[in-house]
Structures are given as C-alpha cells and as structure tokens.
Design a protein around this ligand. Sequence first.
Ligand code: PEP
Ligand code: MN
Length: 337
Amino acid sequence: MVVVMKLTAKPEEIAAVKQRLEEAGFQAHFIHGVKRLVIGAVGDRRVIDSLGLVALPGVEKVVPIMKPYKLVSREVKGENSLIKVKDAVFGGRELVVIAGPCAVESREQLFAAAQSVAAAGAKVLRGGAFKPRTSPYSFQGLGEKGLQLLAEAAQLTGLAVVSEVLDEPSLEMALEYVDIVQVGARNMQNFRLLQSVGRCNKPVLLKRGFSATIDEWLMAAEYILSEGNEQVILCERGIRTFETATRNTLDLSAVSLVKELSHLPVIADPSHATGNSRLVIPMSKAAVAAGADGLLVEVHPDPARALCDGPQSLSTEDFQLMMEELQGIATAMGRDL
Ligand code: PEP
Ligand code: MN
C-alpha cells in the first residue's frame, strides 16, 4: 500500500503519517518523486483500513499495491527514478554506457581499456576484482589490488567505476573504491547480500539471475529498496534457455516489460547474454530500440589474451565502432548518447 501525500503536505503531517504506520507495525519508506512524496507502507494489509490514514492532514489518497513487489513498482512511483553517478544519469534521456574488461588483469590492460572506452564516450568503467567463476581453478580476480587500479583509472579518465561484490567483506572493501556496486547474476537471490547493499549509500547494479523470472528479479530489487537504498539499476544479462548456440538468451522483452512495471532504470548486457563478440553490436542496437536506459559491454585491449570472457569481449576498435553505430538508433529513440 502507498500513502500519496498532497503537494502541500507539511513535514509534521508527513511525520504523523509515518508515526501512525509504525505504531501499527508497518515499515514506512519514503519515496521521493519530483513533485510529491509517497510513503510506501509494508505490513499487514488487513489492518490498513482501521488506521484512518485518509483522514489525516496532508494525505491525498491511500492506494493498495497489487504486485508482490511494492517499492520498485510503477504503481508507487509513476516517473522514472534518476540515478546519478558522477556526470552520468541513469533513467533519463541519456543512454549510459558501461564498458571495460571482464576482469582487472593488470595496470596496462585496465588503463588501455579505460582510456579507449572514455575516448569513445563510455561514462562508467567496469572491471571485476572478485570473479565468481564457474570453476574454482579459473582466474579469481586481483581482489583489493584490482579495486585500487580501478580507482586510479577512474581518476585518470574521469570515468565512474562499477565492480562486483560477492559478500560482506568484498562489499566493505569495494565501497572505498567504486561508485557503483554490482550484484552478479549468481548472487541475485543472495538475500543477505541484497540486504547489505541495501544498507550502503552507493548505487547498486543488480543483474538478473540467469534462471530468474522477472518477478523474482524485481523482488530481489525490492530487498535492496526495503533496506533504504533506492538507487538500483537493473541489468538484463541473458537467461538460460534450451538454446545453446549463444551463451544465454538475451530477453529483450524483459527490458521493455520491466520499464513498464518499475520506475528503476534498466540496462542490457549483450556481452554475457550472447557470449559472442560478433553479436554484441547488433544486440546493443536492439536493446536500445527496446527501451534500455544503457548498456554494459565487455571491452578488452587484446580479447584473444583475456583471462576471462575473451570470446565475448569487444576490441577497443570495435567498441568505438559500436558507439558510432549506436548514434542513429539512439537519436531515433529520442535518447542522447
Ligand atoms: C560480470 O558482469 O562480470 C558478470 C560476471 O556477469 P553476470 O553476473 O551477469 O554473469
Ligand atoms: Mn564477464
């Protein structure tokens, strides 16, 4: 249920609604729109009518939310959430491109990638420092050293930085170095981790689990918002289907549908979705046409020698080509790139 406050609601009226809800055992979450405040109330629906909220001063209406997810829902907040990271804004007119290697491997590799993606127009640098690999014998990432290199590369290029966290210790460490924390597909339903990133004050990039339904993905985002962090960027990265010709199947209808269901920004990751660098440019265009607010693309200065995900990584030249080729479709969609 949400309590929609009047445009003219005074701070003491807002506080009174919050108090009434909390006394009745509800959790009250403030959701700040451009013009008005709505209060998301999570608790026992059967009690709500007895609270007399509509009669309180400053209250415009009380609206039940039918979906299992509440705070992430468009029913609660009609306008897009805008998530600012350095000089990029996710969820607005701008198409924000995140690019960089799958894993931070060395200073030379990372800086070459960072400089070229910045020059081509990316706004955020990606790079894994903690790699959740399918095999325990594969490269696991440089850990804190990788985070330090990311922060250095960000300073050098002016890019913002995103990197994946796997648990509480890696989250705590990453918060010192990154602008956005990433929760990967394999951890999308790691509820403790979702709660921990929900208590941090940096934006969270939440990837869709490869076997997660859209409802499960949005419920995962709900965990983060319910802890107080409203800055969540959703990322469609492909789901597992019967098809084996591609690494995963990019679910573009999810991009369009989630934009309808939620006020949160949605971006697409054609690299992990396809596992094939030749498909990255066409799928990037398709994602933008489907309404994605941005892209996450793996770029490596020497994909053939990448320690992780080389076959799906664009070379720096191909990334530049991608950015050029995206211009037309961005313009057609009324987006700035
Ligand atoms: C990644 O972005 O490096 C990654 C591991 O992606 P995913 O969690 O989507 O597999
Ligand atoms: Mn990868």
